[in-house]
Design a protein around this ligand. Sequence first.
Ligand code: FE
Ligand code: FE
Length: 175
Amino acid sequence: MAVENLEDALIDELKDLLHAEKQILKALPKMAKTAENEELAAAFEEHLEQTRGQVERLEQAFELLGKPARAKTCDGMKGIIEEGSKQIKENDSGPTLDAIMIGAAQKVEHYEIASYGTAVAWAQQLGLNDVAELLEETLQEEKDTDEKLTQISQQINPVAEEGEESEAREGAMAR
Ligand code: FE
Ligand code: FE
């Protein structure tokens, strides 16, 4: 169905976001289990809980718009999550995989920040202030999560760097 106006575009964006959040709900428990760093595991767990609330907010937004909360395949998020799962499969747990997972998770957050940012602007333009406020709450959570991940990466990245250097040294000594 063709999108004919900004309200249609907003509804379309919300369907895309609903599918994106549902994919994230499936990915986060695995990331939390794989994380070696406890703070990172806890951050993934916390964001899982937040994501459940974000799905509820999307459902509320659909209700306010008088539309069924129907998800529509979000290929963008699908690609980001597929790349992340591949990395988890190919690498052993440890600081390097933790650093990689932070990178993958930040791609997810940035995608969400872009999509929610757009949706908030469109809802505001349409005078749908209650919808805009709901989406704004989620947008803030995504931004906070992104910042938290940056903070955690500052303790993980140096360990990941060390890990690989010492492995290389051990390899050199064995030769
Ligand atoms: Fe989210
Ligand atoms: Fe998120």
